[in-house]
Design a protein around this ligand. Structure first.
Ligand code: C5P
Length: 424
C-alpha cells in the first residue's frame, strides 16, 4: 500500500504548529494522495480554512452540524472514504478527547467512526508533553493501534526547549508513507489471522547495525556464589525490540535474565563482566551504534575460588579488582560506533550523567534515578533524562519501558543522523 491514490483525512488542531499543516497537505499530494482537511474550531484561529481549501483543492470540514458540508461529503462518508486519518498537529486537548472517545466535533467524530488506521503527530509545549496525563493518553491511544509520529525535540514557539515540536512536514509524510505500507501488510495479516494490529515504528534505523547490552552481570566468588545487582534487562530488551521495529539489525548481548528474545534479534548470552567485555569488543567494530544498557559490575573478586568457600569463625574479607569499563573502551576505539550509555543514579542525576558523558566520551547518555517510585531497576515503567554534548537535553516522564524505548530510538536516530551529517 502506497500513498499514491490513497485517501487521507488530515485533521488539523489548534496549536501554533498548525501553520506547518498546509505544507503537509502539499507533500501528501506530491506523493499522489487525495487529501480532505478537517479542522477543529481552534485550528481556524491559527490558519484560515480557505488556505487548506486552496492547497487541497477540496472544501474543508470544520463543523459537524454544517448542512452544506454534510450534503457534500458527510462525516460518516468521510470516515468511510479515508484510507488513513492523520492528525497533525495533534494538541494535548485533541489527544485527550480522542483518548476519551469524545465525538464533540467533526474531527473526533471521524476518528471514532473510521475503520482506517490513524496517525497523530503531537505538537505542544514540552511540559504538557511530559505531563503524566498526556503520557497516559498516548499510551492508551497506542494500545488501540493509533501510531504516534514524533514529537521532535528542540526549541519551541513558547520559548521552552525539549520534546514537543511538530516533526517537519517531510518527516511526517515519509514516516506515514513507510508505516502506511507496513500497516497495509499488517491488515492483510490481520484479515488472515484475525489478529490485533501491532504498532509499527518508522524505519528510522533502516540499514544500521545496533549492538545493545542488557541485564546484570554475575561475578562468581566460588562455584556456588556470586555478586550481582537488581537489573532485570527489561529496558535493554525493549530497546532491542524498538530498534528492530525501526529497521535496524540488532545484536543483543545479555547478562543472566529471564526474558524472551524479541523477534528478529540476534542474542548472545554472557554471565560475567569479563565475558561481556569480550563479546562486546568482538562485535563493536561491526556496528554503527552501541547502546550500553547493561548494569555491568564494576568489580570482581581478585581470585575466584575453585571450591566452595567454607565458613570459619569471625569476618571474611573479599579482595576485589576493577572490571574493564566496556563502554569507555568501545568509545575509545579508533573506528567507534555511535556510543550511548546509561547512568542509573540514586541522586544528583544530571551532574553524574553529564560527568559520565564527558569522561567516557559518549554521544548520548540516558540517566535515570533508581531506588525510587519513578521506576528504574526491575520495574515495568521508567522515567529518564537524556543528555548529549553541547548541553543537549531531553526529559521523558514515566511510561512503560517499551514506549520509552520507542521514544529513545526516535531521539537516538535524530542524534545519530546529526552526528553522521553535522552540517545538515
Ligand atoms: O560508570 P557507570 O558504571 O555508572 O556507567 C554506566 C554506563 O557504563 C552504562 O552504560 C553501563 O552499561 C556502562 N558500563 C560498562 N562497563 C562497566 C561499567 C559500566 O560498560 N564496567
Amino acid at each position: 500500500m502506497s500513498l499514491n491514490k490513497a485517501n487521507i483525512v488530515l485533521g488539523v488542531t489548534g496549536g501554533i504548529a498548525a501553520y506547518k499543516a498546509p505544507e503537509i497537505v502539499r507533500r501528501l499530494i506530491d506523493k499522489g494522495a487525495s487529501v480532505r482537511v478537517v479542522m477543529t474550531a481552534s485550528a481556524c484561529d491559527f490558519v484560515k480554512p480557505l488556505v487548506f481549501q486552496a492547497v487541497s483543492g477540496h472544501p474543508v470540514g470544520v463543523d459537524l452540524l454544517d448542512e452544506a458540508a454534510e450534503a457534500a461529503m458527510g462525516h460518516i462518508e468521510l470516515a468511510r472514504w479515508a484510507d488513513a486519518v492523520l492528525v497533525a498537529p495533534a494538541t494535548a486537548n485533541t489527544l485527550a478527547r480522542m483518548t476519551a472517545g469524545a465525538a464533540d466535533d467533526l474531527l473526533t467524530t471521524i476518528c471514532l467512526a473510521t475503520r482506517a488506521p490513524c496517525w497523530v503527530a503531537p505538537a505542544m509545549n514540552s511540559v504538557m508533553w511530559e505531563h503524566p496525563a498526556t503520557a497516559t493518553n498516548i499510551t492508551t491511544l497506542q494500545s488501540r493501534g493509533v501510531r504516534v509520529l514524533g514529537p521532535g525535540i528542540g526549541s519551541q514557539a513558547c520559548g521552552e526547549t525539549g520534546a514537543g515540536r511538530l516533526l517537519e512536514p517531510d518527516d511526517i509524510v515519509s514516516s506515514l508513507e513507510q508505516q502506511f505500507a507496513a500497516a497495509g501488510e499488517e491488515r492483510v495479516l490481520m484479515d488472515a489471522k484475525d489478529a490485533c494490529v501491532v504498532n509499527a515504528e518508522p524505519m528510522l534505523l533502516a540499514d544500521s547495525h545496533v549492538l545493545i547490552t542488557a541485564g546484570p552481570t554475575r561475578e562468581a566468588l566460588d562455584p556456588v556464589r556470586f555478586l550481582t545487582n537488581h537489573s532485570s534487562g527489561k529496558m535493554g530488551f525493549a530497546l532491542a525490540e524498538a530498534a528492530v521495529d525501526a529497521g535496524a539489525s540488532v545484536t543483543l548481548i545479555a547478562g543472566p535474565v529471564r526474558l524472551e528474545t524479541p523477534g528478529g534479534v540476534t542474542r548472545i548470552d554472557v554471565v560475567s563482566a569479563l565475558d561481556m567485555h569480550k563479546a562486546v569488543l568482538r562485535h563493536a567494530p561491526n556496528n554503527d551504534i552501541f547502546i550500553s544498557v547493561a548494569a555491568v559490575a564494576d568489580y570482581r573478586v581478585a581470585k575466584q575460588q575453585a571450591h566452595k568457600i567454607k565458613k570459619s569463625e569471625g569476618e571474611m574479607t573479599l579482595q576485589m579488582v576493577r572490571n574493564p569499563d566496556i563502554l569507555a573502551e568501545v568509545a575509545a576505539l579508533e573506528a567507534r560506533p555511535f556510543c550511548v550509555g546509561f547512568a542509573a543514579e540514586t541522586k544528583d542525576l544530571d551532574i553524574y550523567a553529564r560527568g559520565k558523558l564527558t569522561k567516557k566520551n559518549l554521544d548520548m547518555i540516558v540517566g535515570n534515578l533508581v531506588g525510587q517510585a519513578t521506576g528504574g531497576f526491575n520495574t515495568d515503567d521508567n522515567a529518564v533524562e537524556v543528555y548529549w554534548p553541547n548541553d543537549g537535553y531531553a526529559s521523558f516522564a514515566s511510561r512503560s519501558k517499551r514506549l520509552l524505548a520507542n521514544d529513545l530510538i526516535t531521539l537516538l536516530s535524530q542524534r545519530y543522523r546529526a552526528h553522521q551529517d553535522p552540517v545538515n
